[in-house]
Design a protein around this ligand. Structure first.
Ligand code: FO1
Length: 330
């Protein structure tokens, strides 16, 4: 399993990758990063999931938060707020701003996001090849109830409105019902250069414990990516982001409800489906669901899935590679 392809969201994906690199130091790891969380703020293009992977593997992440830079200051944000320029609910720090300025400048000069990401990674040396899922603009929006009198009514029934994923996630803390999750632009997007080639050349494809709807699901929504993975003829292995019927972190259960999927390890495996997924790891507390997942045609094993530290995470990655080897041998 020399060439490993990973579909990654932000924090969960990035932490898993750190364990994977320890478990398989000789491997060539390519990461397809979700860009549906991207947002334009203050005239800048912010790519939270790409940056989280880059900073985590490059040693610049704020470890406690899991996103943003270590040793961060917020002078620019405070100055913007003094001008009354928001949004104030999104915490962009001074060090992080520099990344978005460089990215936006390069995009304005005509470089595609994939080339810009490669350039940013020159500094961070993440130890993986990081590819955005697409160079085209995709923005995940969430359909929520419009508060009475908001003036924002826009849904078919006049009582719902779509908000950017970051507004739903960060400002609203996913505390309001999500009726639908729409990766706007995904249907017209093309996989970024290198994405389909990386899938074709991979020995194994791994879905880390990232959000199955707004992270891995958004990557799979780019036409051609799901099909290429399903047809690649190599083991596709996933690790459940749900442990004991609750997300390990984040609010994956809220967006799972929006797509009609129960927040259980087995339901997420069925959501990916046996046409895509060959093997699935659930946590030991969900050992009861192994039979159910296997009945759905997906090889399954229960192992500890809490990413408490890099060694525990490396052990998860080893389990993923072991079950992939079994799939290949079967
Ligand atoms: N998450 C928060 O909960 N609050 C923030 O203010 C925030 C700012 C932010 C800035 C840059 C960045 O790269 C990520 C940031 N995140 C923040 C994380 C992000 O909202 C999400 O966790 C991901 O998009 C989901 O993968």
């Amino acid at each position: 399993m020399r060439r490993i392809l990973v579909l990654s969201g932000g924090i969960g994906g990035a932490r898993f990758l750190r364990g994977l690199l320890r478990a398989a130091p000789e491997a060539e790891v390519t990461v397809i990063g979700n860009t549906g969380d991207d947002i334009h703020l203050f005239g800048l293009k912010v790519c939270p999931d790409l940056d989280t992977v880059m900073y985590t593997l490059g040693g610049g992440i704020h470890e406690g938060q899991g996103w943003g830079r270590a040793d961060e200051t917020f002078a620019v944000k405070e100055e913007l707020a003094a001008y009354g320029v928001g949004p104030e609910w999104f915490g962009l720090g001074d060090r992080d701003f520099a990344t978005h300025i460089v990215r936006t400048q390069m995009l304005a000069a005509g470089y595609p996001l994939s080339a810009v990401t490669e350039a940013l990674c020159q500094r961070w040396q993440p130890g993986v090849r990081l590819l955005p899922m697409t160079d085209d603009r995709v923005e995940t929006h969430v359909l929520i109830d419009a508060p009475d009198g908001s003036g924002n009514d826009g849904g078919a029934d006049g009582r719902r409105r779509a908000v950017h994923f970051q507004e739903y996630w960060v400002r609203l803390r996913a505390a309001v019902p999500a009726h639908a999750v729409v990766p706007v632009g995904a249907d017209q997007a093309r996989p970024a250069p290198g994405v389909l080639e990386a899938i074709a050349e991979a020995d194994v494809v791994v879905f880390p414990p990232s959000n199955p709807v707004v992270s891995v699901g958004t990557i799979l929504a780019v036409p051609g990516i799901r099909e290429a993975i399903a047809d690649a003829g190599v083991p596709v292995v996933g690790l459940s982001p749900i442990i004991g019927n609750a997300p390990v972190r984040g609010m994956a259960d809220k967006v799972l409800a929006a797509v009609g999927v129960e927040a259980t390890a087995a339901a997420v495996a069925r959501h990916y489906g046996p046409g895509l997924l060959d093997a699935w790891l659930v946590d030991t507390v969900d050992a009861d669901s192994v039979a159910e997942v296997e009945a759905a045609g997906i090889r399954c094993r229960a192992v500890p899935l809490l990413m408490t530290d890099t060694e525990a995470t490396a052990e998860m990655a080893r389990a993923a590679l072991t079950i992939a080897t079994e799939v290949k041998a079967a």
